[in-house]
Design a protein around this ligand. Structure first.
Ligand code: KG4
Ligand code: ZN
Length: 341
């Protein structure tokens, strides 16, 4: 059996996930998504914590079963070398469920504990593809809660070189979708409508900020006024133009992201470029990355979708490197909602 064997738990928002990694290879990545939030137009923290408590034991048990399905020599819990959990950032009630569970297992089984930063894990999810990017690489992490440009020097040496000063890219998609009357999360729906529409049909603001940071709040305001003005003269405007509006919106968000990514490549001289986070599922963004990559001779990488959205596989691969570096924490480790690292 290769080592280390890591059991990783992710519970920062509305996905309960567990993963087993052996020798740096992820053998299972079980995710239970919480449908309960759809009716509320966003994640309800208290409901998320409760759902994590219901899901966590079955998800962890399944992670071992799935890992064993691919192994000749079966694993049992006593083979686990360390237990990892997401310590920040996230909803504090959600984080606490995963952290307390990990600590209880570490205490009961007398195993070391590894605390993982969720945003670092999103970046290292890129190591779960074949071929994986070599270091150094640039990563654009785009999710519902975060938008960051990270220069990855080594697995445990990640430098944030740009981030959003207001809304995250996923939030921009979701808030715009809400204004268009689409259900939460609206990002995937905008992507779907956009495929049938003309990205040049309408123009939305593409806010610019200094350096490598991002801003999306101006775009949100421009969508609000755009809808108000058109609906004043045509009450069916949204229904009749949904595909073109979505395509134009997606074009604006992707343009903001790609502009800063190009700047980052220019400033750092690093031409290996990766995506991470739930928004990397967006077809417009993927196409823009691939097209720009070809034109600019970048090497581009996008992890498989199951490792883009919140998942414990990315926590497991990060914990693998922390295990090798002997970065353990005590039972007094405490999760925090804040984002910095
Ligand atoms: O990384 P993630 O699963 O969760 C966190 O926020 O941490 O990202 C979720 C976000 C949501 O805002 C969702 O609307 C967006 O990713 N998203 C998309 C697409 N798929 C997911 N946005 C645009 N196009 C998509 N295809
Ligand atoms: Zn995330």
């Amino acid at each position: 059996m290769q080592s280390p064997v890591i059991l990783a738990i992710e519970s920062s928002c509305d996905e309960t996930s567990a993963s087993i990694a052996v020798g740096g290879k992820v053998l299972s990545n079980v995710v239970a998504s919480q449908e309960v939030h759809a009716a509320y137009g966003g994640v309800v923290p208290e409901l998320a914590s409760r759902a994590h408590m219901e899901n966590i034991i079955p998800v962890i048990e399944k992670s071992l079963a799935v890992a064993n399905a691919s192994l000749e020599k079966k694993l049992s819990w006593q083979h686990v070398n360390a237990i990892a959990f997401t310590e920040a950032p996230g909803l504090i009630g959600s984080l606490l469920v995963g952290a307390q569970f990990a600590k209880s297992l570490a205490l009961a089984w007398n195993k070391p504990l590894i605390a993982v930063h969720h945003m670092q894990a999103h970046v290292l999810a890129n190591l779960l593809q074949d071929p994986a990017p070599e270091f150094p690489f640039l990563c654009l992490t785009v999710s519902g809660g975060h938008t960051q440009l990270v220069l990855a020097h080594a697995p445990l040496h990640l430098e944030v070189i740009g981030e959003t000063i207001d809304d995250a890219a996923g939030e921009a998609f979701d808030k715009a979708a809400k204004m268009l009357g689409l259900p939460y999360p609206g990002g995937p729906l905008i992507d779907r409508y956009a495929a049938e529409g003309n990205p040049k049909a309408f123009q939305f603001a593409q806010p610019q900020v200094a350096g490598l940071n991002f801003s999306f709040s101006g775009l949100k305001t421009s969508v609000l006024y755009f809808i108000r003005d058109h609906q004043a003269t045509d009450s069916n405007f949204l229904e009749n133009n949904m595909a073109d509006i979505c395509a134009s919106l997606q074009y604006a968000i992707v343009s903001v992201l790609m502009r800063q990514l190009k700047r980052a490549v220019k400033e750092t001289g690093v031409q290996r470029v990766c995506l991470a986070g739930g928004v990397s599922a967006n077809r417009g963004l993927r196409a823009a990355l691939i097209e720009t990559g070809k034109k600019m001779k970048w090497q581009t990488f996008v992890p498989p979708f199951e490792y883009c959205t919140d998942n414990a596989g990315m926590i497991a691969i990060t914990a693998h490197y922390k295990f090798l570096a002997k970065e353990f924490v005590g039972l007094d480790a405490c999760p925090t909602a804040r984002a910095g690292w």
